[in-house]
Design a protein around this ligand. Structure first.
Ligand SMILES: [Zn+2]
Length: 252
């Protein structure tokens, strides 16, 4: 068992909030599981999204906060506070569902704004688009035609797609097939369709955009409610730092 990978429940059962799992290996304070709910931060598709949060109950014992979940060399390592675990221990995992949903909505919004901006002006991506906490995401764009009114037009376009409540789907496609159907991302360094291997994950917003992505997403664009531009700061050499945000649940 220890040589096999951890089953990634966020891919196979994305709506799942709790799960039983078994410790298969420990290394110091870190441990691996046979299956996990907790998605680590990944840069494999150049759309980093912060790692999931949650809690872990040790069988017959206490509840512990998840401190970290990271992927190294294809293996997913967890760390919790104040528990000395051994291989064979049974755990109950509880996902922080509010955080996951907020990050998923922010990630979908990030795809939409990237698509809208690249439809309107020529830009390049100076850095990887990133989902931060609190419903926020960040794009670092370079383009001499970027102006506040251009960004406002892009946000209007995103809000229209949100109102249209478009379905968001995930597919696993062979790379050579996928590349014909994907929208390019104008990275300054590297190829426009990031992702490992010959099969890539594709997140498609029907009729709007399709990008390679291993992040989590809303099921439909209507779940985003709206997109707010939090920051749009011109830096040097035509670079703009753009921070977008989707509202948290219960704001109204
Ligand atoms: Zn993405």
């Amino acid at each position: 068992m220890s040589s096999e990978g951890t089953k990634r429940l966020w891919e196979t059962e994305p709506g799942r909030k709790t799960a039983l799992a078994e410790v298969v290996e420990t290394r110091g304070a870190e441990f691996r599981l046979d299956r996990t709910l907790f998605r680590p931060k990944s840069r494999a598709y150049r759309h980093p999204q912060r790692a999931d949060g949650g809690t872990v109950w040790v069988q017959g014992g206490d509840k512990h906060d998840l401190v970290a979940v990271v992927e190294r060399g294809g293996a997913i390592w967890h760390r919790i506070h104040g528990a000395d675990l051994s291989a064979g221990d049974d755990l109950q995992l509880h996902l922080d569902q509010d955080q996951r949903e907020l990050d998923s909505r922010a990630h979908t919004a990030m795809h939409l704004l990237l698509r809208a901006v690249t439809q309107i002006v020529d830009v390049t991506l100076v850095d990887d688009p990133e989902v931060k906490g609190g419903g926020r995401f960040r794009l670092d764009l370079r383009g001499w035609s970027i102006r506040p009114d251009v960004l406002a037009e892009a946000v209007d376009r995103v809000d229209t797609w949100i109102e249209q409540d478009v379905p968001v789907d995930r597919a696993y496609d062979p790379r050579d097939v996928a590349e014909h159907k994907l929208d390019p991302q104008p990275f300054e360094e590297g190829q426009p369709y990031p992702g490992p291997g010959t099969t890539i994950e594709v997140v498609r917003v029907d009729g709007v955009c399709a990008y390679p992505c291993d992040g989590t997403h809303a099921d439909r664009t209507g779940e985003l409610d709206e997109l707010v531009l939090r920051e749009a700061d011109p830096r040097q050499e035509g670079v703009w730092m753009v921070v977008g945000e989707v509202p948290k649940p219960g704001r109204y």
